[in-house]
Design a protein around this ligand. Structure first.
Ligand SMILES: NC(=O)c1ccc[n+]([C@@H]2O[C@H](COP(=O)([O-])OP(=O)(O)OC[C@H]3O[C@@H](n4cnc5c(N)ncnc54)[C@H](OP(=O)(O)O)[C@@H]3O)[C@@H](O)[C@H]2O)c1
Length: 264
């Protein structure tokens, strides 16, 4: 299939984890894919791999929490490709700690990446989508944005705010033909999950085993399983989907309470 043929897509946080899987699937489906991240070695490496496979990919180094860097990144994309059809806000940061001891610096840093970053990217991209009379914005929130998770007050709050930001975008820009939707992943096998384990003083395996206990499908998700849902929202296959908040979490948030689930 080639369901994104001719489309230009920006993926923030595109050089690792979920964002990387999104870049891969977008390229496979024919999109000109722009990978955004701060770590140049990771971004360049992915760009090289994708180009070698014959795909159209471009890495641009940018910190999405910095207004000038987002502006120049968007200008570069439009300068090269002439338009932007898809924006995926996948870049994200988690910092853990007791709320009564949490440093203001960390609070502000998480908000800057998880909420201000998507705002800046949308603000700079929207004029080009309005000009085309079409576009698809996909925000990567979290199951932690749908219900509270202890020790991640700012992460949970930022992800809940990103859900509301998506709803506002859907209302404000639907009339311009621009669709805005949000995916809320459950625990996914990336370095972010390792960091959560590290905070609790347990290894990756134990962190995964603990996370699995609350998931009806009884396993951790793979980045590609999020990418497939994002692909649907990015493509014209979802032409009537706007303002949807979609958990992709193995059923984690289907129940109201967190319970240890057995096989029977
Ligand atoms: N893994 C999970 O279990 C899980 C669950 C629910 C939701 N999510 C969400 O899914 C998204 C992707 O997370 P992941 O699991 O794939 O984690 P990851 O592998 O750590 O990816 C995070 C990405 O964000 C980029 N990033 C961080 N700060 C940035 C900044 N200031 N400017 C530009 N890029 C920045 C990082 O690249 P650089 O460091 O190179 O900048 C990295 O590529 C996040 O929004 C996360 O909150 C993850």
């Amino acid at each position: 299939m080639n369901i994104l043929k001719g489309k230009v897509a920006i993926v923030t946080g595109g050089s690792s984890g979920i964002g990387r899987a999104i870049c891969e699937i977008f390229c496979e489906e024919g999109a000109k894919t722009v990978i955004i991240g701060r770590r140049e070695e990771l971004g360049k490496e992915l760009e090289k791999i994708l180009l070698k496979k014959g795909y159209e990919a471009l890495y641009i180094k940018a910190d999405i929490s910095k207004e000038d860097e987002v502006k120049s990144m968007v200008n570069m994309v439009v300068g090269k490709y002439g338009k932007i059809d898809i924006l995926v806000n996948s870049a994200g940061l988690v910092k853990m700690g007791n709320t009564h001891e949490f440093p203001l610096k960390d609070w502000n840093e998480v908000l800057a990446v998880n909420l201000t970053g998507p705002f800046l990217c949308c603000r700079e991209v929207l004029p080009y989508m309005i000009r085309e009379g079409r576009g698809s914005i996909i925000n990567i929130s979290s199951a932690a944005g749908l219900r509270g998770v202890p020790k991640v007050a700012v992460y949970s709050s930022s992800k809940a705010a990103l859900i509301m930001f998506t709803s506002v975008l859907a209302l404000e820009y639907g009339p311009y033909g621009i669709r805005s939707n949000c995916i809320c992943p459950g625990p996914i096998d990336t370095t972010m999950l390792k960091e959560v384990g590290r905070f609790h003083g347990i290894d990756e395996l134990e962190a995964k085993e603990n996370a699995k206990k609350n998931i009806p499908l009884q396993r951790i998700g793979e980045p590609r399983e999020i990418a497939k849902a994002v692909l649907f929202l990015a493509s014209d296959e979802s032409s009537y989907v706007n303002g949807s908040i979609i958990p992709v979490d193995g059923g984690l948030t289907a129940g109201r309470f967190t319970v240890a689930i057995g096989k029977r």
